[in-house]
Design a protein around this ligand. Structure first.
Ligand code: ATP
Length: 240
Protein backbone atom coordinates (compact mmCIF):
# COMPACT_ATOMS: atom_id res chain seq x y z
CA UNK A 1 0.00 0.00 0.00
CA UNK A 2 1.27 3.50 -0.85
CA UNK A 3 2.31 5.55 2.19
CA UNK A 4 -0.16 8.31 3.05
CA UNK A 5 0.39 11.77 1.61
CA UNK A 6 -1.40 13.33 4.59
CA UNK A 7 -2.01 12.14 8.14
CA UNK A 8 -4.27 14.30 10.27
CA UNK A 9 -4.14 13.46 13.99
CA UNK A 10 -6.35 15.05 16.64
CA UNK A 11 -7.01 18.18 14.59
CA UNK A 12 -9.12 20.80 16.33
CA UNK A 13 -10.09 24.36 15.57
CA UNK A 14 -11.97 26.81 17.72
CA UNK A 15 -12.36 30.53 17.30
CA UNK A 16 -11.70 33.00 20.08
CA UNK A 17 -13.59 36.24 19.43
CA UNK A 18 -11.69 38.44 21.87
CA UNK A 19 -13.66 41.63 21.35
CA UNK A 20 -16.93 39.80 22.08
CA UNK A 21 -15.35 37.55 24.71
CA UNK A 22 -16.75 34.48 22.93
CA UNK A 23 -15.46 31.03 22.10
CA UNK A 24 -16.84 29.27 19.02
CA UNK A 25 -16.13 25.52 18.81
CA UNK A 26 -15.57 24.14 15.32
CA UNK A 27 -13.68 20.98 14.25
CA UNK A 28 -12.90 18.70 17.18
CA UNK A 29 -10.55 15.73 17.52
CA UNK A 30 -10.48 14.89 13.81
CA UNK A 31 -8.13 12.13 12.61
CA UNK A 32 -7.80 10.51 9.18
CA UNK A 33 -5.31 9.53 6.49
CA UNK A 34 -5.27 10.59 2.83
CA UNK A 35 -3.57 8.57 0.07
CA UNK A 36 -2.48 9.44 -3.46
CA UNK A 37 -5.03 8.52 -6.13
CA UNK A 38 -7.84 8.36 -3.58
CA UNK A 39 -10.65 10.69 -2.65
CA UNK A 40 -11.51 11.12 1.02
CA UNK A 41 -14.88 12.74 1.68
CA UNK A 42 -15.67 14.68 4.85
CA UNK A 43 -19.28 14.43 5.98
CA UNK A 44 -21.15 15.56 9.08
CA UNK A 45 -23.86 17.93 10.23
CA UNK A 46 -23.78 21.60 9.36
CA UNK A 47 -21.36 23.44 11.65
CA UNK A 48 -19.34 20.29 12.42
CA UNK A 49 -16.24 22.04 11.07
CA UNK A 50 -15.76 20.32 7.69
CA UNK A 51 -14.69 23.52 5.91
CA UNK A 52 -12.52 24.41 8.89
CA UNK A 53 -10.57 21.16 8.40
CA UNK A 54 -9.83 22.05 4.76
CA UNK A 55 -8.88 25.59 5.74
CA UNK A 56 -6.57 24.26 8.45
CA UNK A 57 -4.77 21.99 5.98
CA UNK A 58 -4.42 24.86 3.49
CA UNK A 59 -3.36 26.98 6.49
CA UNK A 60 -5.97 29.66 5.91
CA UNK A 61 -6.60 28.87 9.60
CA UNK A 62 -3.97 27.95 12.18
CA UNK A 63 -5.18 24.81 13.98
CA UNK A 64 -5.92 25.00 17.70
CA UNK A 65 -4.59 21.46 18.25
CA UNK A 66 -3.34 18.41 16.37
CA UNK A 67 -0.81 17.43 13.73
CA UNK A 68 -1.16 17.41 9.93
CA UNK A 69 1.76 15.42 8.59
CA UNK A 70 2.26 16.03 4.88
CA UNK A 71 4.72 14.03 2.73
CA UNK A 72 5.98 16.24 -0.10
CA UNK A 73 7.06 15.30 -3.63
CA UNK A 74 10.63 14.71 -2.42
CA UNK A 75 9.42 12.38 0.33
CA UNK A 76 10.06 14.84 3.17
CA UNK A 77 7.49 14.94 5.92
CA UNK A 78 6.41 18.18 7.54
CA UNK A 79 3.69 19.17 9.97
CA UNK A 80 1.51 21.72 8.18
CA UNK A 81 0.48 23.08 11.57
CA UNK A 82 4.09 24.11 12.25
CA UNK A 83 5.33 24.90 8.73
CA UNK A 84 6.60 28.43 8.03
CA UNK A 85 4.61 30.83 5.85
CA UNK A 86 7.28 30.43 3.18
CA UNK A 87 6.94 26.63 3.20
CA UNK A 88 3.15 26.93 2.97
CA UNK A 89 3.30 29.35 0.02
CA UNK A 90 5.70 27.02 -1.81
CA UNK A 91 3.42 24.03 -1.19
CA UNK A 92 0.44 26.02 -2.46
CA UNK A 93 2.39 26.93 -5.59
CA UNK A 94 3.70 23.44 -6.32
CA UNK A 95 1.65 20.75 -4.58
CA UNK A 96 -1.54 21.69 -2.73
CA UNK A 97 -4.61 23.19 -4.41
CA UNK A 98 -7.87 24.40 -2.93
CA UNK A 99 -11.15 24.94 -4.75
CA UNK A 100 -13.66 26.83 -2.63
CA UNK A 101 -17.07 28.12 -3.65
CA UNK A 102 -15.56 31.58 -4.09
CA UNK A 103 -13.35 32.77 -6.90
CA UNK A 104 -10.69 35.29 -6.00
CA UNK A 105 -9.08 36.96 -9.00
CA UNK A 106 -7.53 40.23 -10.07
CA UNK A 107 -9.95 42.76 -11.55
CA UNK A 108 -10.04 42.86 -15.36
CA UNK A 109 -7.94 39.68 -15.74
CA UNK A 110 -9.16 37.55 -18.67
CA UNK A 111 -10.72 34.23 -17.70
CA UNK A 112 -8.15 32.32 -19.74
CA UNK A 113 -5.34 33.91 -17.69
CA UNK A 114 -7.17 33.35 -14.40
CA UNK A 115 -7.28 29.62 -15.20
CA UNK A 116 -3.70 29.50 -16.54
CA UNK A 117 -2.30 31.37 -13.50
CA UNK A 118 -1.10 28.27 -11.55
CA UNK A 119 0.87 27.18 -14.64
CA UNK A 120 2.35 30.68 -15.11
CA UNK A 121 3.49 30.47 -11.46
CA UNK A 122 5.27 27.18 -12.22
CA UNK A 123 7.08 28.74 -15.19
CA UNK A 124 5.14 26.96 -17.96
CA UNK A 125 5.47 29.03 -21.17
CA UNK A 126 2.44 31.32 -21.54
CA UNK A 127 1.15 29.99 -24.90
CA UNK A 128 1.24 26.39 -23.59
CA UNK A 129 -0.40 27.40 -20.30
CA UNK A 130 -3.16 29.28 -22.17
CA UNK A 131 -3.74 26.31 -24.48
CA UNK A 132 -4.15 23.97 -21.51
CA UNK A 133 -6.56 26.49 -19.94
CA UNK A 134 -8.56 26.62 -23.19
CA UNK A 135 -8.73 22.81 -23.32
CA UNK A 136 -10.07 22.63 -19.77
CA UNK A 137 -12.60 25.41 -20.30
CA UNK A 138 -13.87 23.63 -23.44
CA UNK A 139 -14.15 20.38 -21.50
CA UNK A 140 -16.22 22.26 -18.92
CA UNK A 141 -18.35 23.79 -21.67
CA UNK A 142 -17.68 27.39 -20.72
CA UNK A 143 -18.64 29.36 -23.88
CA UNK A 144 -15.57 30.61 -25.75
CA UNK A 145 -16.96 34.16 -25.94
CA UNK A 146 -16.36 34.40 -22.15
CA UNK A 147 -12.70 33.38 -22.18
CA UNK A 148 -11.32 36.87 -22.91
CA UNK A 149 -13.38 38.70 -20.29
CA UNK A 150 -13.02 38.81 -16.52
CA UNK A 151 -15.08 36.29 -14.52
CA UNK A 152 -16.06 39.10 -12.09
CA UNK A 153 -19.52 39.43 -13.63
CA UNK A 154 -20.11 35.73 -14.38
CA UNK A 155 -23.06 33.77 -13.03
CA UNK A 156 -22.45 31.48 -10.04
CA UNK A 157 -22.20 28.37 -12.23
CA UNK A 158 -19.86 30.02 -14.75
CA UNK A 159 -17.61 31.30 -11.99
CA UNK A 160 -17.52 27.89 -10.36
CA UNK A 161 -16.35 26.32 -13.62
CA UNK A 162 -13.50 28.86 -13.83
CA UNK A 163 -12.65 28.15 -10.21
CA UNK A 164 -12.53 24.40 -10.79
CA UNK A 165 -10.51 24.70 -13.99
CA UNK A 166 -7.94 26.80 -12.11
CA UNK A 167 -7.82 24.22 -9.31
CA UNK A 168 -7.41 21.28 -11.70
CA UNK A 169 -5.00 22.73 -14.26
CA UNK A 170 -1.68 22.11 -12.49
CA UNK A 171 -2.74 18.64 -11.29
CA UNK A 172 -1.75 19.25 -7.65
CA UNK A 173 -0.58 16.32 -5.53
CA UNK A 174 -3.23 17.16 -2.94
CA UNK A 175 -6.46 18.90 -3.90
CA UNK A 176 -8.94 20.24 -1.36
CA UNK A 177 -12.48 20.64 -2.68
CA UNK A 178 -15.21 22.50 -0.78
CA UNK A 179 -18.57 21.73 -2.40
CA UNK A 180 -17.18 21.97 -5.94
CA UNK A 181 -20.38 20.94 -7.73
CA UNK A 182 -22.84 22.90 -5.57
CA UNK A 183 -23.79 25.60 -8.09
CA UNK A 184 -23.52 23.56 -11.29
CA UNK A 185 -26.27 22.24 -13.54
CA UNK A 186 -26.45 18.42 -13.71
CA UNK A 187 -24.59 18.17 -17.06
CA UNK A 188 -21.69 20.36 -15.88
CA UNK A 189 -21.58 18.59 -12.51
CA UNK A 190 -21.27 15.31 -14.43
CA UNK A 191 -18.39 16.73 -16.44
CA UNK A 192 -16.64 17.88 -13.22
CA UNK A 193 -17.11 14.40 -11.73
CA UNK A 194 -15.38 13.00 -14.83
CA UNK A 195 -12.46 15.42 -14.36
CA UNK A 196 -12.17 14.45 -10.67
CA UNK A 197 -12.05 10.78 -11.69
CA UNK A 198 -9.31 11.66 -14.20
CA UNK A 199 -7.27 13.45 -11.54
CA UNK A 200 -7.63 10.48 -9.20
CA UNK A 201 -6.45 8.14 -11.91
CA UNK A 202 -3.44 10.44 -12.42
CA UNK A 203 -2.50 10.06 -8.73
CA UNK A 204 -3.89 13.24 -7.17
CA UNK A 205 -5.05 12.79 -3.58
CA UNK A 206 -8.29 14.60 -2.82
CA UNK A 207 -10.05 15.69 0.32
CA UNK A 208 -13.56 16.86 -0.46
CA UNK A 209 -16.87 18.05 0.91
CA UNK A 210 -19.79 17.40 -1.44
CA UNK A 211 -23.20 18.97 -1.35
CA UNK A 212 -24.96 15.84 -2.61
CA UNK A 213 -24.57 12.49 -0.76
CA UNK A 214 -24.88 10.77 -4.16
CA UNK A 215 -21.66 12.48 -5.34
CA UNK A 216 -19.92 11.30 -2.17
CA UNK A 217 -21.09 7.74 -2.82
CA UNK A 218 -19.82 7.83 -6.40
CA UNK A 219 -16.42 9.39 -5.82
CA UNK A 220 -15.25 8.66 -2.30
CA UNK A 221 -12.78 5.87 -1.54
CA UNK A 222 -13.09 6.72 2.13
CA UNK A 223 -15.67 8.68 4.13
CA UNK A 224 -14.75 10.49 7.36
CA UNK A 225 -17.66 11.57 9.52
CA UNK A 226 -17.18 14.59 11.76
CA UNK A 227 -19.07 14.76 15.03
CA UNK A 228 -20.87 17.97 16.01
CA UNK A 229 -18.57 20.37 17.91
CA UNK A 230 -18.54 20.11 21.73
CA UNK A 231 -20.49 22.50 23.93
CA UNK A 232 -18.58 25.67 24.85
CA UNK A 233 -18.44 24.62 28.54
CA UNK A 234 -16.88 21.26 27.64
CA UNK A 235 -14.32 22.91 25.37
CA UNK A 236 -13.46 25.51 28.02
CA UNK A 237 -12.70 22.69 30.50
CA UNK A 238 -10.58 20.89 27.90
CA UNK A 239 -8.40 23.87 27.02
CA UNK A 240 -8.16 25.28 30.59
N1 ATP B 1 -13.53 32.58 10.72
C1 ATP B 1 -14.41 32.16 11.62
N2 ATP B 1 -14.66 32.87 12.73
C2 ATP B 1 -15.55 32.46 13.66
N3 ATP B 1 -16.25 31.30 13.57
C3 ATP B 1 -16.04 30.54 12.47
C4 ATP B 1 -15.12 30.93 11.44
N4 ATP B 1 -15.12 29.96 10.48
C5 ATP B 1 -15.99 29.01 10.89
N5 ATP B 1 -16.53 29.36 12.09
C6 ATP B 1 -17.51 28.59 12.86
O1 ATP B 1 -17.04 27.24 12.98
C7 ATP B 1 -18.12 26.34 12.92
C8 ATP B 1 -17.87 25.31 11.83
O2 ATP B 1 -17.90 25.96 10.57
P1 ATP B 1 -17.57 25.21 9.20
O3 ATP B 1 -17.91 26.15 8.09
O4 ATP B 1 -16.20 24.66 9.26
O5 ATP B 1 -18.62 24.01 9.28
P2 ATP B 1 -19.12 23.02 8.16
O6 ATP B 1 -19.18 21.66 8.77
O7 ATP B 1 -18.27 23.15 6.93
O8 ATP B 1 -20.58 23.58 7.91
P3 ATP B 1 -21.55 23.56 6.61
O9 ATP B 1 -21.89 22.11 6.33
O10 ATP B 1 -22.75 24.33 7.08
O11 ATP B 1 -20.82 24.26 5.49
C9 ATP B 1 -19.39 27.18 12.69
O12 ATP B 1 -20.04 27.36 13.92
C10 ATP B 1 -18.85 28.48 12.16
O13 ATP B 1 -19.69 29.55 12.48
Amino acid sequence: MTPPILQVEGYAKHFQLHEQNKLIPSSHNVSFTVRSGELTALIGPTGAGKSSVLKGIYRTYLPSAGRMLYRDALGHELDLALASEHQILELRRREIGFVTQFLHCLPRQATLDVVAQPLFALGVPRPEARQRAADLLSAMKLPERLWSVSPATFSGGERQRVNLARGFIARPRLLLLDEPTASLDPATAECVIGLIEGLKAGGTAMLAIFHHPETTRRLADQVVELAPPPAVETLLKEIA
